[in-house]
Ligand binder design. Structure first.
Ligand SMILES: *[C@@H]1O[C@H](CO)[C@@H](O)[C@H](O)[C@H]1NC(C)=O
Ligand SMILES: *[C@@H]1O[C@H](CO)[C@@H](O)[C@H](O)[C@H]1NC(C)=O
Ligand SMILES: *[C@@H]1O[C@H](CO)[C@@H](O)[C@H](O)[C@H]1NC(C)=O
Ligand SMILES: *[C@@H]1O[C@H](CO)[C@@H](O)[C@H](O)[C@H]1NC(C)=O
Ligand SMILES: *[C@@H]1O[C@H](CO)[C@@H](O)[C@H](O)[C@H]1NC(C)=O
Ligand SMILES: *[C@@H]1O[C@H](CO)[C@@H](O)[C@H](O)[C@H]1NC(C)=O
Ligand SMILES: *[C@@H]1O[C@H](CO)[C@@H](O)[C@H](O)[C@H]1NC(C)=O
Ligand SMILES: *[C@@H]1O[C@H](CO)[C@@H](O)[C@H](O)[C@H]1NC(C)=O
Ligand SMILES: *[C@@H]1O[C@H](CO)[C@@H](O)[C@H](O)[C@H]1NC(C)=O
Ligand SMILES: *[C@@H]1O[C@H](CO)[C@@H](O)[C@H](O)[C@H]1NC(C)=O
Ligand SMILES: [Cu+2]
Length: 585
């Protein structure tokens, strides 16, 4: 293990030089997932999930066309895990996508598990745990795919990877039960304790006068969107979420949790001073700003080590020209997909269930993970796999036909922003309303020409408070793909739907390696039958996992809270068990 790890940076550096000569390479990572102590904001030492006893975890760096092997060993001792490679299409390898009880079983403590996939797309991605709300505990890092054929080759001198995130002092295993709790009936999300740039604060980035730098930025936070600006330097956006764009000038960018962006930054021609840069958490997401919170983190473009490091200026909110990612144009100008074969409308609702806690719903469904991972139901349900019922009432599954054009309309009936992410695809972002626009109403548009001719594509796109978005994609990637809000709190409280794409084709084409099934044995997870594990009657969901029942008729939230205190105290632990209890001893 030590050998391949220490070789990796070297391999990564040499690869781009040889790509034109070499066949696509196989890049192997050995990831021993372990608890380590870390103190990235300088304020609090805490147990953090690292890799090979190090934190931050390593940046993965491969070249377009490479096959990637990630040998995972879970050495956490007390938590189950999985890894998701965010933004990679996993074309032909949906079983390597990672979400817990969707495409695999949990990787229990002591278990080894191999991810094996080919990367055929360039750009800026990240990998993170996709189990039990776990990644904010540290198990997340950038994943960069170098592109020998980039249209922007030659337009920059150096590259930097730069992550941004929020940071909590408490562990998710502590915070989630406080969040999903009858004592928090409005569902106020825990507010981060700090913001980090590259998993630290006060980062110094060496800059040489006159050079142009390509920055790969990733927001790998749990919750907060971030505004990022470099004092007295504009940037030129050239890629978002793996999709090249026509270069777009910006004074300041906004990245929601899970979004990425590459941009060019041209250095000044002199070294007279160093310049602060700032990442500032979007405090409109927070119910309440805790006393003393510093929601900013800054670093410096370091032109000259001997010169002072000035404090970041206090910038007035309206002094920036706002940049809107909906206006970006993809470099390849892929035209707007035609009218959809299937249109799915999802309304975002926050409401209380019978335990008095606050849950997130698409329409009337708050997600609960199935007993049998959805992909394994696809593989064992025969012709019934084309019937959404087999996936249960709480996975919120939609069956998509091969190569259909799919439209997803999200109507946000909530006063918060939500960044929506689709696995397995980059979608066309064909429409985004302003805040408070209410539901999408196609007939109220002047015509379809209100949609861009070549819409921006990305894999994570925010809907404004009480507004709406419309997304389109082509179902050309057989697999089981989640669609969910990427605020990890809302994943925990159920804001998830499941796209089951071309299930019968999957049955014919996919073969799942034995170690995946072996992990299920340790985890005690059945791998056959419907969402409830019924192999006799595939439409009988008796015993399926479910969120708590509805509020009793006539109870207001306030009433439910009082009721919760008196007689339903057991339910909170049931809700939490659906995220923790299955594998955490
Ligand atoms: C993984 O890490 C654990 C905990 O540090 C250690 O006991 C184990 O030997 C490591 N595994 C390998 C293969 O190095
Ligand atoms: C798991 O282990 C870590 C590291 O020792 C510890 O901080 C944490 O409290 C433990 N429990 C859970 C439920 O994660
Ligand atoms: C990865 O998958 C490919 C294609 O299925 C297979 O040929 C190869 O042997 C696998 N590699 C490893 C290390 O398992
Ligand atoms: C951020 O950290 C990574 C990993 O250590 C490093 O490769 C990269 O250069 C850093 N980025 C900047 C802008 O310093
Ligand atoms: C940045 O762009 C804005 C808007 O295009 C422009 O007004 C400003 O002068 C530019 N600033 C720099 C430092 O280039
Ligand atoms: C730096 O100097 C070069 C060559 O004179 C010029 O083309 C470029 O615009 C200058 N860059 C800046 C940021 O002023
Ligand atoms: C964070 O930065 C913004 C923009 O400069 C400023 O308005 C705000 O006061 C800063 N917040 C804190 C806590 O310093
Ligand atoms: C949601 O509503 C639909 C349509 O009214 C109904 O068929 C379904 O049973 C409901 N699901 C849940 C979980 O309440
Ligand atoms: C949609 O817009 C049309 C045209 O403005 C209007 O007549 C119709 O009532 C609207 N529908 C809804 C559901 O708001
Ligand atoms: C998946 O691969 C097929 C066959 O090469 C291709 O037609 C399709 O566009 C790919 N889908 C994605 C999402 O990359
Ligand atoms: Cu959300």
């Amino acid at each position: 293990m030590a050998i391949s790890l220490s070789c990796l940076p070297l391999v990564a550096m040499l690869l781009p030089i040889f790509t034109h000569l070499a066949e696509a390479a196989t890049v192997t990572y050995d990831f021993n997932i372990t608890w380590v102590l870390a103190n990235p904001d300088g304020a609090f030492v805490r147990p953090t999930i690292g890799i090979n006893n190090q934190w931050p975890p390593p940046i993965m760096r491969v070249t377009k066309g490479d096959t990637v092997i990630v040998n995972v060993e879970n050495s956490l001792g007390n938590q189950t895990t999985t890894l998701h490679f965010h933004g990679l299409y996993m074309n032909g390898s949906t079983h390597m996508d990672g979400p817990y009880h969707v495409t695999q079983c949990g990787i229990a403590p002591g278990v080894k598990f191999k991810y094996n996939f080919t990367v055929d797309q360039p750009g800026t991605y990240w990998y993170h745990s996709h189990a039990k709300g776990q990644y904010p505990d540290g198990l997340r890092a950038p994943l960069i795919v170098d592109d020998p054929d980039s249209p922007f080759k030659g337009m920059y001198d150096e590259e930097y990877v730069l992550s941004v995130s929020d940071w909590y002092h408490d562990q998710m295993a502590t915070l989630i039960p406080h969040f999903i709790n009858r004592r928090n009936p409005k569902g106020a999300e825990p507010v981060p304790n700090a913001a980090l740039l590259n998993d630290t604060q006060g980062l110094q980035v060496p800059i040489q006068a006159g050079k142009t730098y390509l920055f790969h930025m990733v927001n790998m936070g749990a919750f907060a969107g971030q505004y990022i600006w470099f004092e007295e330097h504009n940037i030129s956006i050239i890629e978002v979420d793996g999709i090249y764009t026509e270069p777009a000038n910006a004074e300041r960018i906004y990245l929601t949790a899970a979004q990425r962006c590459s941009f060019l930054l041209t250095a000044k021609n002199d070294t007279n001073s160093n310049f602060p840069f700032v990442s500032s958490m979007d405090t409109t997401l927070f119910d309440k700003i805790p006393e003393g919170l510093n929601w900013n983190v800054s670093g410096w473009l370091l032109y000259d080590q001997s010169k002072p490091l000035p404090d970041a200026a206090i910038i007035l909110e309206d002094s920036f020209q706002e940049f809107d990612d909906y206006t970006l144009v993809p470099y390849d100008k892929e035209p707007l997909f035609p009218d959809p074969d299937q249109s799915i409308t999802l309304e975002v609702v926050m409401s209380n269930l019978g335990d008095g806690a606050n849950y997130a719903f698409f329409n009337n469904i708050s997600y609960a993970p199935p007993i049998v991972p959805t992909l394994y139901t696809v593989m064992t349900a025969g012709a019934t796999a084309a019937n959404t019922q087999v996936y249960g009432d709480y996975t919120h599954s939609f069956v998509l036909g091969k190569d259909e054009v799919i439209e997803i309309v999200v109507n946000n009936n909530d006063p918060g922003k939500h960044p929506f992410h689709l696995h397995g695809h980059a979608f066309q972002a064909v429409w985004r309303s302003d805040r408070d626009a209410g539901n999408f109403n196609e007939t109220a548009l002047v015509s379809v020409s209100d949609f861009p001719a070549a819409p921006m594509r990305r894999d994570t796109f925010a809907v404004h408070p009480n507004g709406n978005i419309v997304l389109r994609f082509k179902a050309d990637n057989p697999g089981v793909w989640l669609f969910h809000c990427h605020i990890e709190w809302h994943v925990d409280s159920g804001l998830i739907a499941t796209m089951v794409e071309a299930p019968l084709e999957l049955q014919r084409t996919l073969s799942i390696p034995q170690d995946h099934y072996d992990s299920c044995v340790v985890d005690g997870t059945p791998v056959k039958g419907n969402a409830a594990g019924n192999i006799i009657n595939l439409l009988d969901l008796t015993g399926q996992n479910a969120p708590p029942g509805p509020l009793p008729e006539g109870f207001t939230t306030r009433g439910a809270v009082a009721l919760g205190f008196s007689i339903l105290s057991a339910f909170t632990s049931i809700a939490v068990i659906s995220w923790y209890g299955l594998a955490d001893i």
